[in-house]
Design a protein around this ligand. Structure first.
Ligand code: AMP
Ligand code: MG
Length: 488
C-alpha cells in the first residue's frame, strides 16, 4: 500500500506540473516488467499514455488512474548539521503498482520546494537512472528507475540546462528524515503511525519481538550496515549521506554526486561540494552509523509504550552499538568472497588490509584489479602475474601474492571453481563517471543511444561482454577529471 499518513500537512496532495513536449530518453525494461508495463518492439510501453504519465503531464493510462499524488514532509541532518524541514521538494508520489511506489522526480514544485524550482536536469536524471539500474544488477538494494523523460524546458543551475523527469520505484521511499521530522515536531502520534506503517507493510517480523519498535530499529540498522558493506566492496561512494537520503528500508537512494572508485584511494571524495570529506569512501560506514544514531534519537519517543523507559533506552543503545559489528562481519564476508575464500581464517583481515593499503599506495584500479584477480593460478609464480606490474612496490605485492596463494592452498582452492565464484562478485562493468559523462554529453545533443547502450551493458555487470570490452577499462590517464556536485 502506498505510503500515506493522516494530515494534509504531512502527505500533501500535489499534482505534477506538466513539461512541454516530453520525449523518451530511456526506459528500463526490467523495471517496466516489475510493474507489469507491456513493451512494444521499440522497447517502449505499448500504451502511449505512459509517456504523458511519466512526464507528469497526465494521471491516467488505460489501466491505471493515480487519484491523489502526494508530496511528503521530512526533515534531516545535512553534512552533520540539523537542517530542519526539507521534504519532497521535487518528487511526487503518484501511487503504487504491484507493491512498488511510483515517484516522479523533477515533476515540479511542491509545498516543500523551498527556494527550488521543483525540477531536475537531464544530466542528473540520467546519472540516477543508470546507477539505480546498475546497482540493482550488481545485487545492491536500491530504489529502481523506470524512465527518464526529457523536455527542452530550460532549467537554471550553474548554467542553463534542460529539464527531465526520472520515474523511480521502491516498495517505500521512507527515510530516516521522516522519523526525524515528527520527532522534531514532538508529534508522537505521527511518529507512531510511521513506525506502525513500516512494521505492517515492510517489517512484519518486528511484531515477534517484545518491543516491535526496538525490533524495527534493529532491522533498519542491520539492513543499512549490510548495505554500506556492499558499497565498500564495490568501491561505491554515495556522496551525500545526509539523514534525509538514508532509506528506512536499507536501499541506496537519492543518487546525486555518487561515484565508483576508479583508482583506489581510501579517502576518495566523490562530491565536489564535500570539502571536509565527511562522505569520503572510508568514512561511509561510520557515517551510516551516525545516521542510525539520528534514527535512534528520533524513535526515542516511541520507547516507553508499556515498558520501563530506561530499560528500553538501554536496549536501543545496545542495538545501535551492534552496528559496527554487523558492518564488520558483512564487510569481511564481502571481501573474503572478493578474494575467492570459501572459509574464514584468522589472518584474513590482515591479508585484506595489506592488499587495500598496497592498492591505495599505488592507486590501483579497484574494479579491474578484483576482476582480474580471479585469473591468479595457485601454482604459477607471482612474477608472471601481470597484476603486479601496476604496483609501485613490487617486492611488497609479490610477498602479498605469495601469502594469498598460500592462503588459497590452505583450503585446497581449485582455480577454475574459484574463478567462477569470484567473477560473480567482482563486476567487470560499473558506472564509471567518464562513461556516464559521455552518455550525458550525447544525450544533451538528443542522441540517447549511449544511455541505452550503457543500460544494457550494466544490466549484466558480472558477464564478459567482449564487444563492450572498452567499457570495462579505467578512464584514459589524460581524461579530464569530472567534478560532480550537489547541483542537480
Ligand atoms: P537532495 O540533495 O537532492 O537530496 O535534496 C535535498 C532537499 O532539497 C530535498 O528536500 C529536495 O527535495 C530539495 N531539492 C533539491 N533540489 C530541488 C529543486 N530543484 N527544487 C525543489 N527542491 C529541491
Ligand atoms: Mg535527497
Amino acid at each position: 500500500m502506498a505510503f500515506t499518513l493522516s494530515g494534509d500537512d504531512v502527505c500533501q496532495t500535489t499534482l505534477p506540473t506538466p513539461i512541454p513536449n516530453p520525449y523518451w530518453v530511456a526506459l528500463s525494461p526490467s523495471s517496466a516488467k516489475l510493474i507489469g508495463i507491456a513493451l512494444n518492439k521499440a522497447h517502449l510501453p505499448d500504451d502511449q499514455a505512459w509517456l504523458a504519465v511519466l512526464s507528469g503531464n497526465q494521471l491516467s493510462t488505460s489501466e491505471h488512474h493515480f487519484v491523489s499524488p502526494i508530496a511528503t514532509a521530512y526533515s534531516g541532518h545535512q553534512f552533520g548539521v540539523w537542517a530542519g524541514q526539507l521534504g519532497d521538494g521535487r518528487a511526487i508520489l503518484l501511487g503504487d503498482i504491484a507493491g512498488q511506489e511510483l515517484q516522479l522526480k523533477g515533476a515540479g514544485k511542491t509545498r516543500f520546494s523551498r527556494m527550488g524550482d521543483g525540477r531536475a536536469v537531464l544530466r542528473s536524471s540520467i546519472r540516477e537512472f543508470l546507477c539505480s539500474e546498475a546497482m540493482h544488477a550488481l545485487g545492491v538494494p536500491t530504489t529502481r528507475a523506470l524512465s527518464v523523460i526529457g523536455s527542452d524546458l530550460p532549467v537554471r543551475r550553474e548554467i542553463i540546462e534542460t529539464a527531465a523527469v526520472c520515474a523511480r520505484l521502491a516498495p517505500s521511499f521512507i527515510r530516516v528524515g521522516h522519523f526525524e521530522h515528527f520527532a522534531a515536531l514532538q508529534d508522537r502520534d505521527r511518529l507512531k503511525e510511521l513506525a506502525d506503517y513500516l512494521i505492517e507493510y515492510h517489517y512484519p517480523e518486528s511484531n515477534n519481538g517484545a518491543n516491535p519498535y526496538l525490533e524495527l530499529f534493529k532491522s533498519i540498522c542491520v539492513r543499512n550496515a549490510k548495505l554500506v558493506a556492499q558499497w565498500q566492496a564495490l568501491g561505491f561512494c554515495h556522496g551525500v549521506l545526509n539523514s534525509d537520503n538514508i532509506s528506512a528500508l536499507g536501499l541506496t537512494m537519492d543518487y546525486g554526486p555518487f561515484g565508483f572508485l576508479d583508482q583506489f584511494q581510501i579517502d576518495h571524495i566523490c562530491n565536489h561540494s564535500d570539502q571536509g570529506g565527511r562522505y569520503s569512501y572510508y568514512r561511509q560506514p561510520q557515517i551510516m552509523h551516525w545516521n542510525m544514531a539520528c534514527l535512534a534519537g528520533a524513535m526515542t519517543p516511541l520507547l516507553a509504550v508499556n515498558n520501563d523507559e530506561k530499560e528500553v533506552q538501554d536496549q536501543f543503545r545496545t542495538a545501535l552499538e551492534a552496528f559496527p559489528r554487523t558492518y564488520a562481519q558483512a564487510w569481511q564476508s564481502q571481501f573474503r568472497q572478493k578474494l575467492g575464500f570459501q572459509s574464514a581464517h584468522d589472518g584474513d583481515i590482515a591479508l585484506i588490509e595489506r592488499l587495500l593499503q598496497a592498492m591505495h599506495d599505488s592507486r590501483i584500479d579497484f574494479t579491474n584489479f578484483f576482476r582480474n584477480l580471479s585469473d591468479v593460478k595457485i601454482n604459477t609464480s607471482t612474477a608472471l602475474f601481470s597484476l603486479r606490474d601496476d604496483f609501485i612496490d613490487r617486492n611488497l605485492i609479490d610477498r602479498w601474492f605469495a601469502d594469498y596463494r598460500e592462503r588459497l592452498n590452505s583450503e585446497s582452492s581449485i582455480d577454475s571453481v574459484r574463478k567462477e565464484a569470484m567473477d560473480r562478485v567482482n563486476p567487470k562493468y560499473v558506472l564509471r563517471n567518464h562513461l556516464a559523462q559521455t552518455a550525458i554529453e550525447l544525450a544533451q545533443k538528443k542522441d540517447f543511444s549511449e544511455v541505452n547502450k550503457l543500460l544494457k551493458i550494466l544490466e549484466n555487470p558480472y558477464d564478459e561482454q567482449p564487444e563492450y570490452e572498452a567499457y570495462s577499462l579505467a578512464p584514459p590517464s589524460n581524461s579530464p577529471s569530472i567534478e560532480v556536485s550537489c547541483s542537480s
